[in-house]
Design a protein around this ligand. Sequence first.
Ligand SMILES: CC(C)(COP(=O)(O)OP(=O)(O)OC[C@H]1O[C@@H](n2cnc3c(N)ncnc32)[C@H](O)[C@@H]1OP(=O)(O)O)[C@@H](O)C(=O)NCCC(=O)NCCS
Length: 140
Amino acid sequence: MRWWDVPAARAVEQALFPDPWAESTFWSELAGVPDTRFYVVAQAGGQLVGYAGLFATRHQADVQTLAVAPEHQGRGLGGALLRSLLEEAARRGVGEVLLEVRAENEAAQRLYARHGFERISIRRGYYPGGADAVVMRRRG
Ligand SMILES: CC(C)(COP(=O)(O)OP(=O)(O)OC[C@H]1O[C@@H](n2cnc3c(N)ncnc32)[C@H](O)[C@@H]1OP(=O)(O)O)[C@@H](O)C(=O)NCCC(=O)NCCS
């Protein structure tokens, strides 16, 4: 993801999430590339239709975000984006990848489980508005 992708990513973000990231959040995430962040996009017909981001320290990584525009879901893009984050974590030698996902978001949890993530805990009221988060972990 480059700076010129931010407006299109914001549009996907707003279509998908009740608490979408502000443009400034994308800017500050991209400012961490490549030191502590890794961001990729998926395109169809030259348009951004998905993106994913990783935060990585030497010991641990987090899936910061993963999103595919509604009309492009269910075709393998989410899995491809996630695999590209996991490959980057492996390249950086990070053994453990964590993430939080809304407890009611079963589609995303299935995708993560298929890629080796296990549920390790619940964070009650984690999201703005009070929804719980499931914490999932994948050991490399
Ligand atoms: C979660 C999300 C990123 C998944 O993206 P996606 O592109 O739909 O993911 P995939 O296509 O790789 O996999 C999703 C499903 O489509 C199926 N699928 C994959 N490729 C397929 C294909 N070529 N044809 C038909 N189905 C396919 C997968 O088997 C999977 O099935 P499942 O529902 O039984 O798990 C997407 O649904 C999304 O953006 N959701 C809203 C935002 C969100 O929840 N993000 C995660 C926050 S933590």
